[in-house]
Design a protein. Sequence first.
Length: 255
Amino acid sequence: MRKHKTATIITAVAIIAVLGAAVGASAMMYRNQNLRQQAAGCIALGTAPLGTLTDEEKASLVYMVEEEKLAHDVYKALAGTWKSGVFEQIANSELRHMGSVSMLLDRYGVADPTEGAKEGTFINKDLKALYDKLVAEGKASLAAAYKVGATIEDLDIADLGKALKVVKNEEVARVYENLLIGSENHMNAFYTQLKAQGGEYAPQYMGDDLFGQIIEGKAGRIADGQRGMMGGRMISGLYGQGRGSNCINANCNCK
């Protein structure tokens, strides 16, 4: 009788543990889906796609959604190590950035490499290697972690700037412009935290002039006021009005 009761208790504990893990995984999945879906409130797209995408634009979106995932996954890993609210908050923002790009991939019928992907996994091998490298570096110290954050935003800003020079589709350009403004804000935040730790950062990917504007708080104003016209192409107001470039209501948090 005692053996039967003990076995029953062990079985019950095992079931509770499995259910707990399942609930935890479901909660995390719901959280991620919910945050990514918030991008829909920040991008009021038209009723139909604007034309088609070139192969270059499709490849750009596929790469960019994984680069945004890189930022999110690294920040989540470092948030767990250092319990820093900065990493947690910016990771949530990166999830919304992923959602913005994912919406475009779905809208134009392009397979999304981040769909169902676990944290730390990437189709792009270079991004996977960079993830492993940056997480390892960021665990050395809090200052090193903030420097990793600045490095990621530096790369993101440079890649978005290059992409905006070749993208012709107005919807893709508008989303990239919004991501660029967000990345500039993130760079400023990480640089501020790094300086508070006694550290310093020199740009590795973007130009020195742009970096100077960002840390002085000038780049965002330039972006909001002038980035609607890129290469002589005026971007029409497809995304509504509100706080930030793409927001359609006062409560929208696009950054």
